[in-house]
Ligand binder design. Structure first.
Ligand code: ATR
Length: 295
């Protein structure tokens, strides 16, 4: 890397942020395209978000990823927020567009592209999403635009009422809301085509856990677990054993990063380079820390 007076600065803000895979992925992508740019991690607790974004303006930082707990907190300090991010109340990408700070959410787009690039079909299909946090909402909102039927199951189903109503009104998709009780999951999976686990169940250190019993899985199902720590969760292992198509959480992470890269640079992201960087980083990392919904 040749740093110079012309190097463009990008980064990720969040707290904690030291474990983020984004610096490895984005720096590899900049290097592959020969861009004089660098990507750093900045530890920014939510109370310091305002200062961080003033710094972005003052220093001319070109772009930021935003991870927990700053995804909501950045919104009042931006000049513009795209429709999806505004609806979700969550921004994971900021572009400094000639001094104007514009916010985007690439989590849903990342999940969408991860599924499509890995051979899943969504049009006219039935999708089941487990979870009701930020990641689950982003996935559900984006994929609802394409599938025919959507079932949202959360431990606390009340959290999904507003989302379900908005999706029904906006996209005319048939939406059912329920709990993550074994009965409801089993019933929903009977005629499902795609299952996305967007809960933290199965994440390190509780790697033996899964909300889905192996016997509910079948070869016609596509299963994406957005947990990437471990890279192959219990759910992913069970799905593979059942002959289902399995899409790893790392894929979603790579494609949300690729979408951010494309927003910042206007160039197609070198996805393979970003995948290698993310996987190398994961291999070298001691297990621990969180693994979902991260930028
Ligand atoms: P993120 O913003 O990354 O999606 P989050 O907001 O912490 O992360 O969401 C984690 C999700 O996992 C939530 O939907 C949570 O359920 P609740 O909304 O009821 O809290 C879900 N989750 C965590 N542990 C769970 C468990 N044991 N069974 C079912 N769902 C669980």
């Amino acid at each position: 890397m040749n740093l110079s007076g012309k190097t463009a600065v990008y980064g990720v803000i969040g707290d904690p942020v030291a474990h983020s895979l984004s610096p490895a992925m984005q720096n590899a992508a900049f290097e592959a395209l020969g861009l004089n740019s660098v990507f750093l991690a900045f530890q920014v607790p939510a109370v310091k978000v305002e200062f961080a974004l003033r710094g972005m303006r003052g220093l001319g930082i070109c772009g930021l990823n935003v991870t927990m707990p700053d995804k909501n907190a950045v919104i009042p300090h931006l000049d513009e927020v795209d429709e999806t991010a505004r609806f979700l109340g969550s921004v994971n990408t900021i572009l400094n567009d000639s001094g104007k700070l514009r916010g985007f959410s690439t989590d849903g787009a990342g999940a969408h592209r991860a599924l499509i690039e890995n051979g899943a079909e969504l049009a006219k299909k039935k999708l089941v999403v487990l979870g009701g946090g930020g990641a689950a909402k982003a996935v559900a909102y984006t994929l609802a635009q394409e599938v025919a039927e959507l079932t949202l199951l959360n431990r606390t189903p009340q959290k999904l009422a507003d989302l379900a109503k908005a999706i029904t009104q906006k996209f005319q998709t048939k939406v059912t809301v329920g709990s993550t009780s074994p009965n409801e999951i089993q019933r929903s999976l009977q005629d499902a085509d795609v299952l996305v686990n967007a809960t933290s169940v199965g994440m390190h250190p509780h790697t033996a856990q899964s909300l889905v019993k192996p016997e509910w899985l079948k070869p016609t199902l596509t299963v994406m677990d957005i947990v990437y720590n471990p890279e192959e969760t219990k759910l992913a292992q069970d799905a593979k054993a059942a002959g289902a198509r399995v899409v790893s959480g790392v894929e979603m992470l790579i494609y949300q990063g690729a979408a951010s890269f494309e927003i910042w640079t206007g160039k197609p992201a070198p996805v393979e380079v970003m995948r290698n960087a993310a996987q190398n980083q994961l291999k070298h990392r001691a297990s621990g820390g969180d693994g979902i919904g991260e930028s």
